[in-house]
Design a protein around this ligand. Structure first.
Ligand SMILES: Cc1ncc(COP(=O)(O)O)c(C=O)c1O
Length: 393
């Protein structure tokens, strides 16, 4: 016998992964260029030069037994110091190396942070639509995910959040720039969220944590997201270099617990415990070193901006309804029928791979990942037109 929940998770792949696997098989059948694979958020822009340069330098200058050996469980001390220093300088908030935990990307950050703060049955509020794996990570941590709607431009609906907060609420999980909508929460709404959490924490006599999942922080098209620690004290920032440095396969990121957090050392110790319990100690050491030399560097966002502009303008001109993304590399488009899964199936007939919104916690949309080569977008446009024509008949 195996654990039934784990069996279910393993057998039912996520909608995104399912489509990604379908796309790989379909490309083998009809050729790479004939499938318009918008399924997964795999960065299409190469990592900045500093990444390769640092890898080359480390490989030539460091003895392999040191380079590839274990680090301390929360990471190399000099890397944790560099991350803390970077947060202080870039965002103007106090940070301490002793509250930085290096992890294997945002996924591990989420599992470890949520496991650290949640007790069985406690609730995590998340604005919907949201990254589907949140449901898995919150459940793994013993919690209960409570989606609340966003407003019509996919920004925070503070009234809905306030209504959802109760005595079992332990955290609000936000993701800005957002996957799947591209919304970037403004400073005003983040400050108002901080104020609300402060008030509700006082009312219920226990901290309600702000958990900020930030793998897209630098990928914006003009918007400058406020640093969550600057607006609220009980904050954990979860960061990943998967998207900003195009290192998705290298599994590297960190958790930063705000020094202003109530009992910050205890929260951090629980993060260490969760990292230990889930086997996330000692994030990949080569890449700990690489990212610490590349803090503040970003892959070329202008490539994503050009993709966004082409896709948004072309689809809007054809009559598709979508909101212009302010960040990340996803376009969230209204499906042409109520059932987004049925719509995505019809899109597949035109070799368009679009993720239906159901697993993002809302109905009636599809997500397009535009972190693809530009020619994929150019070549896909007739297929989008043909799909629209299908519904015009
Ligand atoms: C919002 C969000 N959080 C977390 C992750 C997981 O990121 P990582 O690859 O760093 O585990 C993703 C990946 O797409 C994401 O979009």
């Amino acid at each position: 016998m195996v654990d039934p929940l784990m069996l279910k998770l393993g057998e039912e792949r996520s909608a995104i992964r399912e489509l990604f696997e379908y796309g790989s098989a379909r490309k083998r059948e009809i050729g790479e260029d004939n499938v318009f694979d918008f399924s997964i958020g795999n960065p299409s822009v190469p990592a900045p030069a500093c990444v390769r340069e640092e890898i080359a330098r480390l490989l030539t200058e460091m003895p392999p037994e040191t380079l590839h050996g274990y680090s301390s469980a929360p990471g190399l001390p000099e890397v944790r110091r560099a991350v803390a220093q970077y947060i202080e300088t870039a965002f103007g908030v106090p940070m301490s190396a002793s509250l930085v935990y290096m992890t294997c990307g945002a996924s591990a950050s989420l599992v470890a942070a949520l496991s650290a703060i949640l007790q069985e049955g406690e609730e995590v509020i998340v604005p919907a639509p949201f990254f589907p794996e949140y449901a898995v990570f919150v459940r793994t941590a013993g919690g209960k995910l409570l989606p609340v709607p966003t407003d019509k431009s996919f920004h925070l609906d503070l009234t809905a959040i306030e209504r959802a907060i109760g005595s079992r609420t332990r955290a609000v999980l936000v993701n800005s720039p957002n996957n799947p909508t591209g919304a970037v929460y403004g400073e005003g709404e983040m400050r108002a969220l901080g104020e609300l959490l402060r008030r509700k924490s006082a009312q219920f006599g226990a901290p309600i944590y702000l958990v900020a999942d930030e793998p897209y922080r630098e990928l914006t098209y003009g918007a400058k997201p406020v640093y969550p620690m600057a607006v609220y004290e009980n904050t954990l920032v979860l960061y990943s270099f998967s998207k900003s440095l195009s290192l998705a396969g290298e599994r590297i990121g960190y958790i930063a617990v705000s020094p202003r957090c109530a009992r910050a050392e205890e929260v951090f110790a629980a993060v260490c415990g969760a990292g230990r319990a889930h086997g996330y100690v000692c994030a990949p050491t080569l890449f700990q070193r690489v990212v610490s030399a590349c803090l503040g560097e970003v892959s070329d966002v202008e490539v994503y901006r050009a993709n966004r502009d082409l896709l948004y303008t072309s689809l809007s001109d054809m009559g598709y309804a979508c909101t212009v993304p302010e960040g990340a590399f996803y376009l969230f488009v209204k499906a042409l029928e109520e059932d987004a899964k049925a719509f995505a199936e019809r899109a597949k007939a035109h070799e368009l791979l679009l993720v239906p919104s159901d697993s993002f916690g809302v109905r009636g949309y599809v997500r397009i990942s535009y972190c693809v080569p530009r020619r994929t977008i150019e070549r896909s446009l007739p297929a989008f037109r043909a799909l629209m024509d299908d519904y015009a008949r």
